[in-house]
Design a protein around this ligand. Sequence first.
Ligand SMILES: [Zn+2]
Length: 467
Amino acid sequence: MRSRITGSAVARYAIALPLFVAAVFGGVSGCFSRPLPTESIPIPIKPNPTPAPVPDTVEAIPTDAAPPGPSIGVGPPVRVALRVARDTAALRATGPWRLLDARGGVLVRSRANERWHIERRAARTRAVRDDGAATPWTNGTVLQFPDDAGTVQSAGKNYRGALGFVATDTGILVVNHLPLEDYLRGVVPLEIGERGPGERAAVEAQAVAARSFTVIRLLNSKAGVGRSPDFDLISSVGDQVYGGQSAERPVADEAVRVTAGLVLMTAGKVVNAPFFSACGGETAAAEEVWRTDGEAHLRRVSDKIPGTDRHYCDIAPRFAWTRSFSGAELDAAVRKYLASVVEVGRSGPGQVTDLHIERRTPSGRVGQLIVRTSRGSYIVRGNDARSVLRSPSGELLNSSYFSVSVERSGDKLMRAVLRGNGYGNGVGMCQWGAIGRARAGQDLRSILRTYYPGTTLAQLPPSLLTP
Ligand SMILES: [Zn+2]
């Protein structure tokens, strides 16, 4: 393993800043033609070029202020879409800041007690001071950089690096531009929860998995098949949950530092490293869950503790669960969500009369669920069943690792009880299993070798992401 990053990395960031800006703008193409987001609509993304994980956060952590360490400031630049503001977006920071246009020219140098915001008109933006003074309208991304050791702020959170603002058809897309290693510090604590010293190896494994996942997204952007011309990832479960500097925690910071630059590789290539909360007994091969031919390192792995009846992830809150639907709740879920996964006629799916598991996958997950209704039978793929059998509040079914029992009165379905295991899609690293293994004394390499068999841990080749 590489030695820890020292203070010299901070100096390196300062030197690298102009290069970072160049790299950032090298990737911005200013496309305004696709459907674009609004405040209440999720950031629009292209279909995944690689299978998306469901990185269910294992544990919510409090959002009170973290002790901010210095920027690590290394690694290739990452662009993370944070949100879409409707017509104006405030420019905030913990200290003085500068606003640069798409060619690197300075538009604004902030002064104390001044307040500025970004305004949009069609595909252009400008910065406006509270007294009405404004910069000229400009095309392309404008970037807000903090001076010195400050951080920029958006929607009440602090972010390292810079904030980019780009006009879209319906609003102002706010994108955090920052080096990879700093990005990971805002991801790891939200993805694996706040962990104790005896669980360090799991946090390190999470850092490597998140780094590998991010690198795959960056390679997709570089190849022109990424999420968007304006960003590489989104800051929620569609990619990885990211909370900026406000989310950073000491144990996660340390895990990012000691694994700096390390990714999972096979045959000289970085591999996708999905993860999820708890497998409930055994992980799934990629082809059991996604429409894919499979990947050699994403295969079934038992989480059984050798010589016992226990599993490494049986400490997870949702290792075993039960969800019960009344007939009316089931009808409502099917009416609302079935059409998103299978073809349903204009008159709707009708009333549910039975749920039947037609086929299971090799790891025991539901491969095919038959939903019988008053209007016919619908075949639902196992992982899609999670999207259909949602709770009344819209929460996905925990996993596709379940059995069904149905109570009937004549032809009418009165109640369906689902008993299941695990939380998340089951492909890749079981986060609670990694925590259990860390508690049992396994190290980073052992955990990663288990959940991503056949991979090796290696430094990200520096040339891989250069333009
Ligand atoms: Zn597990």
